[in-house]
Design a protein around this ligand. Sequence first.
Ligand code: AMP
Ligand code: ZN
Length: 460
Amino acid sequence: MELRLHDTLTREKRTFVPLDASNVRMYVCGPTVYDFAHIGNARPVIVFDVLFRLLRHLYGEAHVKYVRNITDVDDKINDRAARDFPGLPLNEAIRKVTEQTGKQFHADVDALGALRPSVEPRATEHIAEMREIIERLVKDGFAYVAEDHVLFSPQAMNAANSSLPRYGALSNRSLDEMVAGARVDVAPYKKGNTDFVLWKPSKPGEPSWPSPAGIKAEGRPGWHIECSAMAWKHLGEHFDIHGGGIDLVFPHHENEVAQTCCAFHQERMANYWMHNGFLQVESEKMSKSLGNFITIHELLKDWPGEVLRLNMLKTHYRSPIDWTMKSLEESARTLDDWYRVAADVEPGKPAASVVEPLLDDLNTSLAIAALHSLRGSDVPALAGSLRLLGFLSESAAQWEGRKQQASGVDAGEVERLITERTAARARKDFKESDRIRDLLAAMGVAIKDSKEGTTWEVAR
Ligand code: AMP
Ligand code: ZN
């Protein structure tokens, strides 16, 4: 069976045909590093990690290149740096914020079972490429200089008599309607009210670089140009897949396409545009003001990363997710069970019943239903399929040990009580054996008696 992916541009599922099967190329917009990543940010990380693993399974590990950037130049970073390190020169403070946040992001996504991308470019290391693209856009009349800014003109793009895509095609908007509906308080230096910033002057003390297009004052890039530059540098002018959250379709991705296609005179930037749906918490939008803003870091104190991963993948990536405690508890029980039966088993090949739904636009909910069926019929295939999906990174004993640690249960004490209970049962002192069982239950320990003896686990 072939891989089919839903493309935001054509609004349909299409068979995936790579430009070069020996070098399949994917770009995903990564985090802006100014604060702990929240659980919504984990969604694209996990979804595109599953796609990365599936592509490696299909084309071979050495034949897939996955680029996910780190945005380390942004107003939010500058504000955070000034707030958290008021005593330091701004640039030093910024470095501290981006280093700390970047490290934290890596710790979080490693715990979620996400493979590191092939390349993780940083915006500040690609200023030369940004300037090059901007120079090309200005030279060809798609962008202009005004008051030390460089602005891109969507109207110039749509007026060009060429094979360029139409500005607005990706987000399914009409430029005329955007022009008519634009706010009136547009910056005075903009010629058109939909023009967007490629480059802007830096304020004193802010990070700054020599400007392109003959501008004397130093400046810094706009957000959209960063991704065009990093994708170009690491994946070329035209590549296979571009991904991110649905909120990025407009304006970020619409503007990326415009910049890249106009700079390189081509019809396409990526052949497939993929967007994950949004995550909300207990049926409410996640926001700082509602107080239901959960960081990955906080969640990892209570749940193993693989539980968060499974919980995320139970919903198809394009649907909204309602993140609930109830669903998390259920995911934890499922993983406890899978670890018990499959973690120490020699893995077989991933089952067709799991791979086929994945090939159908990453239908992870169906794939997970298939895992539940394999649990009773083919444990080696269950183990192989779970590994393909990025689970079972630990042994069954490590998993159980972590659970005990997290719950504060003392394994030695439990073993001692179980020995006492076995002795009580042997002398038919059932009052005592029931007392010990209740005591264990109160400690959060569930026991199971069988012919082989008594086993126990921490009950979720
Ligand atoms: P940001 O750091 O806000 O640019 O976001 C990084 C990535 O997380 C982008 O791909 C966003 O689309 C995605 N994202 C942010 N919030 C959510 C959310 N609540 N649900 C799903 N994805 C999100
Ligand atoms: Zn981007």
